[in-house]
Design a protein around this ligand. Structure first.
Ligand SMILES: [Zn+2]
Length: 140
């Protein structure tokens, strides 16, 4: 099982469990994933969090501050991986994502910033991208 954080078209975030990544894609494509907040069925994956599967009671009963710290650690780790494996394109993210999507440049992993408006346009064009709540880097 894998848990995905999903975002509906009204920007509600919620989590849903799927057998695997393909099952998630299929259920989203068939409109069988419904936002619990507004009933929208055009949800998209916003962040894959396969490592936050319930590990037992202790992860749920931890203090809120500890849970936050754990989440921040995961986000930092995610950021580190992204920075290692992807090219930083900064505010040109939307432009680069389009060029890759339409085959105008070699496919490669990129990361950068985009405005909510650009992100929406990319989604409407069917360009897949992930959103990461960017954890502040700890340089100390
Ligand atoms: Zn919603």
């Amino acid at each position: 099982m894998i848990v995905y954080r999903l975002t509906c078209k009204n920007e509600h975030e919620f989590e849903a469990w799927f057998r695997d990544s393909a099952a998630c894609d299929a259920q989203i494509a068939e409109g069988r994933v419904m936002c619990p907040h507004c009933g929208d069925t055009s949800a998209r994956k916003s962040l894959m969090t396969p490592n936050v599967a319930p590990k037992g009671a202790e992860s749920v009963s931890g203090k809120p501050s500890e849970r936050r710290a754990a989440i921040m650690r995961e986000l930092r780790e995610l950021r580190r991986k992204v920075e290692e494996n992807c090219d930083y394109v900064g505010p040109r993210f939307a432009e680069e994502a389009r060029r890759i999507h339409y085959g105008e440049t070699d496919s490669h992993a990129i990361y950068g910033e985009t405005t909510p408006k650009e992100a929406k346009a990319l989604t409407e064009e069917g360009i897949e991208f992930g959103r990461i709540p960017w954890a502040p880097r700890l340089d100390s």
